[in-house]
Write a protein that binds this ligand. Structure first.
Ligand code: NAP
Length: 253
């Protein structure tokens, strides 16, 4: 490594971050790349690059890390609903005047036959379910508690790690990652007689199968809109991030 080698921090936690680990390492072999995971799940993927795990300790901790590690650029490839990390990254990057680029995958859009109800919050989503519904809840362990008072509905809650508190006894907990194929989702929804799908508008292809399945089965979807993220430069794809990083690193700031 030369004395001028730059150091990129990749904030991970999405399938695109996984691809970025390899793409950035391939594109900039002369530079350093460190990936960072929150450590929210146990079976973290191997990005094939040096990796750190765990929160930084808020903005203060992140500032200290960026300085200690002499970070030259930050790529935020966290999930669109991981607002806190993106806010912290924006604030720290601004303070230290470090370039920050966010991979912003496009939100899912309904097609003409989709039956989507758009809501802004988890609470609105919980309210939107009619009594007696059999809801597939692709919500995550942190937010599921916004739904658990709805004991008048059946919830099939899928998440990677178990929730902090037990779910209603009449509900079902499915501990798994989303399957790749719509056929698997269709089969699951049919098997559990699902009548409604509740999901965040995550965008991307990794968890799109449930949207395809709802489309196929003509199920209503309660779609939770993305939270507002801080204003920052974005790129829509892995390739676009790599291209933009090339310019940023060449600029030398
Ligand atoms: P969050 O609410 O934005 O972040 C909470 C705290 O977790 C942050 O303040 C930070 O702790 C730590 N953190 C988050 N991402 C980190 C990273 N890449 N590296 C180091 N620390 C990180 O995030 P979240 O919604 O809990 O999501 C946690 C992780 O799961 C993220 O990496 C995200 O991409 C991934 N994920 C989230 C969702 C979702 O729906 N929220 C879905 C799929 C994957 P400190 O303040 O201590 O630095």
């Amino acid at each position: 490594m030369t004395a001028e080698a730059k150091h990129i921090l990749l904030l991970a936690g999405t399938s695109e971050a996984r691809q970025l680990g390899k793409s950035l390492a391939d594109a900039f072999p002369e530079n350093r790349l460190t990936a960072s995971f929150a450590g929210a799940v146990r079976d973290l993927p191997d990005l094939g690059v040096p990796t750190r795990v765990g929160g930084f300790g808020g903005v203060e901790g992140l500032l200290a890390f960026l300085q200690q590690e002499n970070i030259s650029a930050i790529v935020d490839a966290t999930h669109p609903f991981a607002v806190q990390m993106s806010r912290n990254a924006a604030e720290a990057a601004k303070t230290l005047n470090i370039p920050l680029l966010r991979l912003e995958r496009p939100a899912w859009q309904p097609d003409e036959n989709d039956r989507w109800t758009h809501v802004l919050t988890m609470d609105q989503a919980a309210k939107a379910l009619p009594a007696g519904a059999r809801a597939f809840l692709a919500i995550g362990r942190k937010e599921i508690e916004r739904f658990t008072h709805r004991t008048d509905v059946f919830g099939l809650a899928r998440m990677i790690e178990p929730p902090p508190n037990p779910l209603p006894t009449s509900w079902e907990l499915l501990l798994s990652r989303p399957p790749a194929s719509a056929a698997q989702e269709i089969s699951l929804f049919r098997d559990r007689n699902i009548t409604h799908v509740v999901t965040k508008n995550s965008g991307g292809s990794r968890s799109f199968a449930k949207i395809e399945a709802a489309r196929f089965l003509k199920l209503p979807v309660i779609m939770i809109a993305r939270p507002t993220l801080p204003d920052m430069e974005t790129a829509p794809s892995v390739a676009a991030v790599v291209d933009r990083c090339r310019q940023i690193l060449a600029r030398g700031d």
